[in-house]
Design a protein around this ligand. Structure first.
Ligand code: NIG
Ligand code: FE
Length: 412
């Protein structure tokens, strides 16, 4: 199990065990006629030409194909109850995302549905998305809570992800994130301070003790959690050993990017309205800028300044933001197209952004995100000899095989 020899492949990968910044993002290893030896799900050799014959290894001939590291979707909200197609249509007709939320819809709409949903309903739904994303080459996904806000439902969401992670046949690994600070729970009548007190006193210690989440995230946004409130929560989370992430400067310029730099967060995400100073501070502090162009696309907002961020030396990651509201899409092909066409990233930069830099955004760049000896053998094989199809097949899948821990999952 998990012993595989891939031969005759064009191998394309970023290299290293930390995020690639600025200029480095376009520097990929590109091996023609390459091989990858995988032993027990771990990469044990990479080279060109003919590898030594080995007993007990399955052989995969990748003649005419491109092999990349498995895609790491480092920002999703994939465990949720219900759907919100009506809100999508309201926005089509001019309503705004934040106004819908202020009326008790938006995130609150999904909170009600997620509180009502059973554990099994949530799990089956999340697995449906995982299967679809795995077919598009995703081998690791980050998943957030944040649709319960109360203790039981937040734990229920995190336990769904834990259950999926405990399945030995799982198609993806989930990096888990506590996002209790997604909105102020309605029980607190708009009192963000008291709700943060509850998260700090009760939820963070409980989740840490049970090992249910690796990261803590906050929706730092005008009308949701201020910079001061976000800082207080995230500092408490960091004390308990959580990795720190922020939804930052998504709707207005609030200083979320600056806060991420100050706290040396793993990532700040969205950043549609991040200031020049915030971007420079993030580059300096080595905070990954996780860009989510499918959300900008769906909300008809201006795209984040991906080109500018890379030129300023940032490490940019790309993720889908799959969720029932602002972006009900986990489409990797459309992610490549929007990143390359509208954020002016090169194909090489986009590949680094959704592999090694995505891994760094969830604190796993030492284990996944590149094709190198010692890393987990999570790979994607494209049914083509050029990576340029990634943005070119607009919204269409070019994946031939997804390989998880050396096991071939999908054969297109
Ligand atoms: O990343 N902005 C906050 N959170 C999500 C959307 C959540 C929702 O609309 O349900 C986001 O866009
Ligand atoms: Fe999000």
């Amino acid at each position: 199990m998990g012993n595989l020899l891939i031969i005759n492949a064009r191998i394309i990968t970023p290299q290293g065990s930390t995020a690639r910044c600025g200029e480095e993002m376009k520097q990929l290893l590109d091996l023609l006629n390459g091989y990858i030896e995988i032993t027990d799900g771990i990469i044990t050799a990479v080279g060109t030409g003919k590898p030594a014959k080995k007993k007990g290894y399955e052989l995969l001939d990748a003649q005419g194909k491109v092999v990349l590291p498995g895609f790491v979707d480092s920002h999703t909200h994939l465990v949720f109850g219900g759907y919100r197609p009506d809100e999508f249509v309201w926005r089509m007709n001019g309503d705004s995302y934040m106004n819908i939320m202020a009326r008790g819809g938006g995130i609150y709409n999904t909170v009600r549905a997620t509180r009502e949903a059973t554990f099994d309903e949530l799990k089956i739904k999340a697995e449906w998305y995982i299967d679809a994303m795995s077919r598009m080459g995703v081998t690791t996904v980050e998943g957030k809570s944040g649709y319960g806000l109360d203790q039981d439902t937040e734990l229920k969401q995190l336990e769904v992800m834990q259950a999926i992670n405990q399945d030995p046949l799982r198609k993806v690994d989930i990096a888990t994130t506590y996002l209790g600070a997604h909105a102020v729970a309605s029980e607190y009548g708009g009192n963000a301070k008291d709700y943060i007190d509850f998260m700090i006193a009760k939820m963070l210690p409980l989740i840490a003790e049970r090992g249910l989440a690796e990261n803590c995230d906050v929706f730092c946004e005008k009308g949701v959690f201020s910079v001061v409130e976000s800082r207080r929560l995230l500092e408490a989370a960091r004390e308990l050993g959580f990795g720190i992430k922020l939804h930052a400067d998504e709707i207005v310029t609030l200083g979320g990017a600056e806060l991420a730099a100050e706290l040396k967060a793993r990532s700040a995400d969205h950043l549609l309205h991040a200031s020049d100073a915030g971007i420079e501070a993030m580059a300096k502090a080595g905070v990954v800028a996780t860009l989510l162009p499918l959300t900008a696309f769906t909300l008809r907002e201006p795209y984040a300044r991906g080109r500018y961020m890379i030129d300023k030396g940032c490490a940019v990651a790309l993720a889908t933001d799959l969720n029932p509201g602002s972006c009900c899409s986990g489409s990797i092909p459309l992610l490549f197209a929007t990143a390359c066409l509208y954020m002016h990233m090169s194909v090489e930069e986009a590949i680094t952004a959704i592999t090694l830099n995505g891994a760094a955004a969830i604190g796993k760049a030492d284990k996944i995100g590149s094709i190198e000896v010692g890393k987990q053998a999570d790979l994607v094989v494209l049914d083509t000899d050029t990576p340029n199809v990634l943005p070119y097949y607009t919204g269409m899948n070019s994946v031939w095989h997804t390989i998880k821990r050396g096991k071939v999952l999908h054969q297109a």
